[in-house]
Design a protein around this ligand. Structure first.
Ligand code: ADP
Length: 479
């Protein structure tokens, strides 16, 4: 079986969030199962030089986009058994950052979608399954279904569309997109791509893909309801035959406290002593007072509404009435940057803040902290809680999406579970749950048992890769 992943980010080349982790690890897991896998990505300016130097120019061609012809270079490299193709166009991907804003974003990814489809016949990698991810690739199934289906090479290509986050939909003016992509008038209909007078890439993927999946079973259910459906719940319910929820995995090798070279000391379920060394190192690195017995609550997160930061803001000072330290690693909305920077000023030695993306520091935070706070409003899957548990950092989460599927709350009567969770999106429910966790933190024996339980969990891609493979087989069996 041949599978081509199309996505807008992928570790180790370029990352803004969990999508990059998934595209950076799932293909390798499928390769290990004997699937022939390739990945196609935009060649952004921000890809580190070392990777750009490793790329080889394979070929180039021109892509029709409206009345223009745009250059499209294909650069390639092999890494971990997977072939990566990079779509090169300086005009679209030569600027700073990964994502921009406004209508131009639509043109960039309209180009990407068409370039991906055109590239198949040029590279000769004609997949059985073209696996598209999030809105940036949503027009691929549309174009394949409406314009390429009968062309040589494209007849038997099937598409899978995975929703990593329904909140980002790629909605643009119809007139521009119709002209750029030559879309037929019938696409501009509420049962198709039309979305409140504009055109939605996300709807394109949902409507035209042969199979739609999302990244956790709970989120698959949630997006059919108004609370989580981002105004697409009705469409999903009536226009999408099935949404399969397949939980993401994490890179168990990269996040392994026994071998991680980014952390100060190694530790395992058998010997937790290294964790105290990591904690001290984190306190020193993040300007926190070095205190062994004061619990560190950490957050490693994009600073956006989705992550429940308004709950944290609501009880920010109450959190510091407790004997705790807070370590925040994040980037995003200025409002929350200001909140945490103010916290660092107001509570010196107790509130450590690093604003920005920092992969190395993220490992140190996971290794050195005691708890991870993740009170998301919605969470399609969430990798952060799985990574934290791998390092014995126990999660305090809201029961939504993948958080509900991966964090089993501690039940002291049956002695089961390894995390702490609350249901309602309510700041005081969160605070109560933090208090509950702090209560058990005080009981060293119990806390260590929970840490060991969390660290022993299997968040590898094995079972999910198997599920994807059988989903692909199901799609290929469809007529
Ligand atoms: P999302 O994809 O919604 O951002 P996930 O929990 O699925 O959330 O994945 C987030 C990923 O990004 C995790 O690997 C997390 O460690 C990482 N991450 C988030 N913020 C930062 C940051 N500021 N620096 C380094 N890594 C970060």
């Amino acid at each position: 079986m041949k599978v081509l992943f199309a996505a807008s980010e992928c570790t180790p080349f370029i990352k803004t969030g969990g999508l990059a982790d998934v595209i950076g690890t799932l293909p390798g897991a499928l390769h290990a199962r004997g699937v022939e896998v390739a990945v196609v990505l935009p060649k952004y300016r921000d890809i580190p030089r070392k990777w750009k130097q490793a790329m080889q120019h394979k070929l180039s061609f021109y892509v029709n986009l409206g009345w223009r012809k745009q250059y499209c270079g294909i650069e390639t490299l092999n890494y971990g058994g997977v072939t990566y193709y990079f779509i090169d166009n300086e005009g679209y991907f030569g600027g700073e950052g990964v994502y921009g804003s406004g209508e131009y974003e639509g043109e960039r990814f309209a180009f990407f979608c068409r370039a991906v489809l055109e590239s198949l016949v040029h590279t000769g990698f004609i997949p059985d399954i073209l696996h598209c991810n999030d809105w940036q690739t949503g027009m691929i199934p549309v174009l394949l279904g409406t314009q390429y289906r009968n062309l040589p090479g494209y007849e038997s290509v099937k598409t899978v569309f995975t929703v990593h986050n329904l909140a980002y939909q790629g909605v643009f003016a119809w007139s521009g997109m119709r002209d750029l992509l030559g879309l037929a008038e019938e696409c501009f209909h509420p049962d198709s791509l039309e979305f409140y007078g504009r055109v939605s890439f996300m709807k394109g993927g949902l409507k035209f893909a042969d199979l739609v999946t999302t990244v956790s079973p709970t989120y698959a259910e949630e997006i059919t309801q108004s609370e989580f459906g981002e105004n697409l719940h009705g469409f999903i319910r009536y226009q999408v035959r099935e949404v399969a929820g397949i939980l993401n995995g994490i890179d168990m090798q990269a996040y392994d406290p026994q071998t991680d070279d980014k952390i100060k000391a190694h530790f395992s379920t058998y010997d937790l002593s290294g964790k105290a060394v990591c904690k001290r190192a984190l306190q020193e690195e993040m300007d926190l007072r070095v205190q062994e017995d004061v619990p560190i609550i950490c957050m490693v997160t994009r600073l956006t509404e989705q992550k429940g930061l308004d709950l944290v803001e609501c009880v920010f000072e109450d959190i510091f009435y407790r004997d705790v330290q807070l370590a925040l690693l994040g980037s995003g909305d200025q409002k929350y940057v200001d909140l945490f920077n103010w916290g660092a000023f107001r509570y010196p030695g107790r509130c450590g803040v690093y604003i920005g993306m920092n992969e190395t520091l993220s490992h140190r935070v996971f290794a050195g902290a005691d708890m991870l706070l993740m009170p998301s409003k919605f969470e399609p899957c969430g990798l952060t809680q799985m990574i934290a548990m791998r390092y014995g950092t126990l999660p305090v989460v809201r029961e939504t999406g993948g958080l509900a599927d991966t964090v089993l709350p501690y039940n002291e009567y049956e002695d089961t579970g390894y995390g702490f969770s609350f249901t309602n999106y309510n700041a005081h429910d969160m605070l109560f749950t933090i208090d509950r966790a702090l209560g058990f933190y005080g009981d060293k024996g119990t806390w260590q048992r929970l840490m060991q339980r969390a660290m022993a969990l299997d968040f590898s891609w094995d079972s999910s890769a198997r599920e994807y493979e059988s989903a692909y087989k199901k799609v290929l069996a469809q007529i």
